[in-house]
Design a protein around this ligand. Structure first.
Ligand code: HEC
Length: 158
């Protein structure tokens, strides 16, 4: 009888411990979720050009600069999200493009996750982005492009 009681007490303790562990690990996972997904996207797609730490050294190493010291990390506008969604090319001449970053083929949620991740691990700043932020950045960029197109068609471009 006593033996049985000890066993059932032990079972209750074990079940409690298991539940507490599960609950804690779920909470921890939730908190690190954007960084975990961001790290995955970075490793899968960005690392080939930017290297593990953003210093470059991947494909076309000489054409991919070290992005860690860039002003983008202190830019609080949507520029980072626009660059991830649409790519960038800052060095080009009449017959060649020297440095280009292609648009990243990921969902808004994944772009938000990788932006959150690189801000922290490459830029050293705590910024958190959502899928809605990415959509807003895309809409804003499209609107700006449409504005420019209209100026071109009206012949009023600067
Ligand atoms: C094919 C190579 C390539 C891939 C893949 C790539 N990039 Fe880039 N990225 C570049 C190059 C080249 C530049 C520099 C462009 C310039 O200075 O004109 C750059 C610039 C950047 C910058 C700096 C922007 C600024 O305004 O200073 C960030 C941040 C960045 N990339 C993040 C990423 C992330 C995150 C990914 C993955 C989703 C990624 N890149 C994928 C080549 C790449």
């Amino acid at each position: 009888m006593i033996q049985q009681r000890v066993w059932s007490n032990a079972l209750v303790v074990m079940a409690f411990t298991l539940l507490t562990t599960l609950a804690t690990s779920c909470t921890l996972e939730d908190q690190s979720e954007p960084h975990a997904r961001g790290a995955q996207v970075y490793a899968e797609y960005c690392v080939r050009c930017h290297g593990e730490d953003g210093a470059g050294g991947g494909v076309g190493a000489s054409a991919v600069p070290d992005i860690r010291p860039r002003a983008i990390w202190s830019d609080t506008s949507d520029t980072l999200l626009v660059i991830l969604a649409f790519g960038m090319a800052t060095q080009y001449s009449a017959d060649s493009v020297v440095r280009t970053m292609p648009p990243a083929p990921y969902s808004n949620a994944d772009l938000a996750a990788v932006a959150t991740y690189i801000s922290k691990y490459l830029g050293g700043v705590d910024r958190s982005f959502t899928a809605a932020d990415v959509q807003r950045a895309k809409d804003g960029h499209k609107q700006a492009l449409n504005g420019r197109l209209q100026q071109v068609s009206e012949g009023t471009q600067p």
